[in-house]
Design a protein around this ligand. Structure first.
Ligand SMILES: *[C@@H]1O[C@H](CO)[C@@H](O)[C@H](O)[C@H]1NC(C)=O
Ligand SMILES: *[C@@H]1O[C@H](CO)[C@@H](O)[C@H](O)[C@H]1NC(C)=O
Ligand SMILES: *[C@@H]1O[C@H](CO)[C@@H](O)[C@H](O)[C@H]1NC(C)=O
Ligand SMILES: *[C@@H]1O[C@H](CO)[C@@H](O)[C@H](O)[C@H]1NC(C)=O
Ligand SMILES: *[C@@H]1O[C@H](CO)[C@@H](O)[C@H](O)[C@H]1NC(C)=O
Length: 677
């Protein structure tokens, strides 16, 4: 799945619509003249909406209000009628503003993330969605006494326009100011802006604080979270115990990882370190959990001292075998309740000399440490985790083979049924694919919300089907599927484009250019440690020759049964696992993207001066391309060879697995799909 990354030319495409829509008047209920069908607010069930209790109602009133709500939904009444109804999102906004007034603050920031810099936050952490209605994975909200604004990146513009209520404004690249700059311009001297310091990274907090301070605006770390005060029926975390991620997948015992971490602490002369990012904690301790959405993490902190370490987490979710697992001699990790972290941190900070606070920690952790004791740097765990060991790489290869079987099952079935007129829609494809994945060994769901986009829906790179947008999949347009499973042995992220009818020459041209970019990049030889951004041009070049471009990044790191978007240091080193993904999006028409996960391996090419080792990429993803979308005449011989070799690998590795799973008909289909082009 594509990661964030704005691209100016891409943003221009969206601008006209966005400007038209951001000019709507504030605080009016939804009216029937929805512009171009772009704004479709999800209408939740009346029960859910009224459980908010904007004011205390008697049962009679409640029935009356419910009836009014029904009336509203059926007839989409105009503004005059609906003034008596307080829409849930408007109501939440009003309540927030009341609290802001009580606290004497003029602006409140609602970040997208939780206390641990999580990308896909689980239900109880979706505060920004609760207040704004916007469901995307990235986007911070700001509420002032008169305005409500959402910042997100270009992947989410169309979705934000659809989901935000009329009183909210989307801030786009064109506005090009960051939140702190906007606040600096729009707030007055003496105003106060507040944020929950656990929901903002230390670095961001300091930046905002200094920008605002320059204009005489105070920036307040308000530990009392105002959204939690309004959100009376906040959901709870998933059930499910923490479990051990076996050595056959992890490849290195946790005691060794802890030992290596302590060595790094010694090198930095640090006697206390806190880990706050959930994937770093899960990786360090070879543990996984069920708290995360699409990511098998558990809510926790880890504090490492010279001779002891503590895991702070929900102790009800720690079974005896996990307590035992954490008792390896010399690497004992004590388990303590999550809420004890803050009081213990205060004591630890007092009794230690040099304290390592990673850049991924929230501001509240940082703010508890005196400056003379602070080491504030990138977490040592970031590079340690990104550097996969050989066991992890082979585990990931196995996971990709299984996932390819699931994806091929869907491909085969749709290829058979769609042209015959059987009903398929985007949501059905998502559900059937999830089912096929669940049949594979060690599958634990999906690694991100599935992107299944038919025809014009594909023009929005990050489109996720909903009942309101769901299209029937037919034979007149391409369908893009950007999906992935979570397996004990690996995290998957694959994008393929299928067409069940006859593609247009332009669609073939685009698909071929994407594939050429993939092939060119896959065969690139480079010195170990090369910066990833150097490679971006290689993958874009075939499209640029057609005068086409796209607005998102082309690579991201990926974890091992962890985050689909994993942080890394921006260079390519041996055993790095990440994506390669060019795309093209034609507004109101179609979109296409091709994505493989690859691993960096030594190249067969020798470096003549023996200095830097030469590396290349080896694909982990093993799913056939669509030959009907390939125009072979446009490709050069080395690109054709790459595709044929790739298909050969798919046939051998995935084919063997199909036979093992007794999928003989599917195997025959795979042989056809992987014939030389
Ligand atoms: C963003 O820019 C557009 C066009 O200049 C403007 O209409 C809109 O109000 C701006 N939005 C915000 C939040 O400033
Ligand atoms: C700005 O920073 C200075 C120095 O830390 C502090 O004294 C002052 O109160 C701050 N101003 C505001 C508005 O927060
Ligand atoms: C803990 O480690 C630090 C830094 O490595 C060192 O300076 C200190 O003496 C150690 N403390 C103890 C009690 O071993
Ligand atoms: C990036 O991380 C890798 C893997 O840990 C490491 O080998 C390399 O030295 C790091 N490079 C930089 C520039 O930090
Ligand atoms: C998706 O759309 C199709 C056709 O418009 C419809 O039949 C199907 O019920 C929809 N599915 C959902 C879950 O809304």
């Amino acid at each position: 799945m594509l990661h964030e990354g704005n691209h100016p030319s891409f943003d221009k495409l969206f601008l006209k619509t966005i400007i038209a829509i951001t000019r709507e008047p504030d605080c009016l209920p939804i009216r029937s003249e929805v512009p171009d069908g772009l704004r479709k607010r999800p209408l939740a069930s009346p029960d859910q909406e009224f459980s908010l209790n904007c004011r205390k109602e008697t049962p009679g009133e409640r029935a009356f209000v419910a009836a009014m709500w029904f009336f509203f939904v059926i007839f989409l009444v105009d503004a005059a009628h609906s003034e008596s109804l307080v829409q849930p999102l408007e109501c939440r906004l009003q309540k927030l503003r009341t609290l802001m007034k009580d606290h004497q603050i003029q602006a409140y920031i609602v970040p997208s993330t939780d206390d641990h810099k999580t990308e896909f936050v689980p239900a109880p952490e979706k505060r920004r969605e609760f207040i704004s209605g916007f469901t995307g994975s990235t986007g911070n909200a700001v509420v002032t006494t008169t305005e409500a604004l959402l910042w997100t990146d270009s992947r989410y513009y169309l979705q934000a326009l659809r989901e935000l209520p009329p009183s909210w404004k989307l801030v786009t690249m064109e506005n090009s100011s960051s939140i702190d700059e906007w606040l600096q311009k729009n707030m007055k001297k003496g105003d106060a802006v507040a944020v929950d310091p656990k929901k903002m990274l230390a670095g961001t907090f300091k930046e905002y604080s200094s920008t605002l301070n320059n204009s005489g605006i105070s920036f307040i770390a308000m530990e009392d979270n105002l959204i939690d005060r309004i959100w009376t029926d906040r959901p709870t975390y998933n059930e499910g115990n923490i479990f051990i991620h076996a050595l056959e997948f992890a490849g290195e015992p946790y005691e060794r990882k802890l030992q290596r971490l302590r060595k790094k602490m010694r090198d930095l002369k640090s006697d206390l370190l806190v880990a706050a990012k959930l994937d770093e904690i899960a990786w360090l301790l070879n543990l996984r959990g069920h708290d995360g959405e699409h990511t098998p993490t558990f809510v926790s902190y880890v504090v490492v001292r010279n001779r002891s370490a503590t895991l702070y987490t929900d102790t009800n979710k720690v079974p005896p075998e996990v307590v035992d697992h954490l008792r390896k001699p010399g690497a004992e990790v004590e388990v303590s309740p999550y809420d004890n972290f803050w009081s213990d941190w205060k004591k630890d900070v007092q009794t230690h000399k040099k304290i390592f606070v990673p850049e991924s920690a929230n501001y509240q952790i940082y703010s508890r440490v005196p400056a003379d004791k602070m080491i504030f740097k990138k977490s040592p765990l970031l590079d340690m985790k990104a550097l996969k060991n050989p066991v992890e790489v082979s585990a990931s290869r196995r996971a990709h083979i299984k996932d390819a079987v699931a994806l091929c099952k869907l491909y085969y079935q749709m290829e058979r049924e769609v042209p015959d007129g059987a009903h398929w829609d985007e949501i059905k494809a998502t559900e059937i694919l999830a089912f096929y994945r669940s049949q594979q060994k060690d599958n634990l769901g999906s690694s991100f919300p599935s992107i299944v986009a038919y025809g014009k829906n594909g023009a929005s790179p990050h489109y996720i089907p909903t009942p309101e947008t769901n299209l029937t999949i037919g034979t007149s347009a391409p369908v893009t599927l950007d999906t992935g499973g979570q397996y004990l042995d690996g995290t998957i992220d694959t994008t393929r484009v299928w067409h069940f009818g006859t593609p247009t020459p332009f669609q073939k041209q685009v698909y071929t250019a994407l594939l050429q970019g993939v092939a060119d990049l896959a065969t690139t030889v480079f010195p170990q440690g090369s910066p990833a951004k150097l490679f971006d041009f290689v993958i874009r070049r075939p499209l640029l020759k057609l005068g086409l471009t796209f607005g998102h990044g082309t690579t991201h790191g990926t974890g091992l049964f962890l985050e689909v978007h994993e942080d890394y240091n921006g260079t390519f080193f041996e055993n790095f696992i990440g994506s390669q993904e060019p795309g093209y999006y034609k507004r109101d028409d179609f979109g296409m993207r091709l994505e493989n996960l690859v691993v960096v391996v030594p190249s067969a090419v020798q470096n003549d001066d023996n200095r830097d080792r030469l590396m290349t990429f080896s694909p982990l993803t093993l799913v056939p391309y669509e030959s009907k979308l390939i125009d072979r005449e446009l490709m050069d011989q080395s690109q054709v060879n790459w595709v044929n070799n790739y298909h050969n690998d798919v046939r051998k590795l995935v084919g063997d697995e199909m036979i093992k799973q007794r999928l003989h008909i599917l195997y025959k289909w795979l042989i056809e799909k992987t014939n030389p082009i």
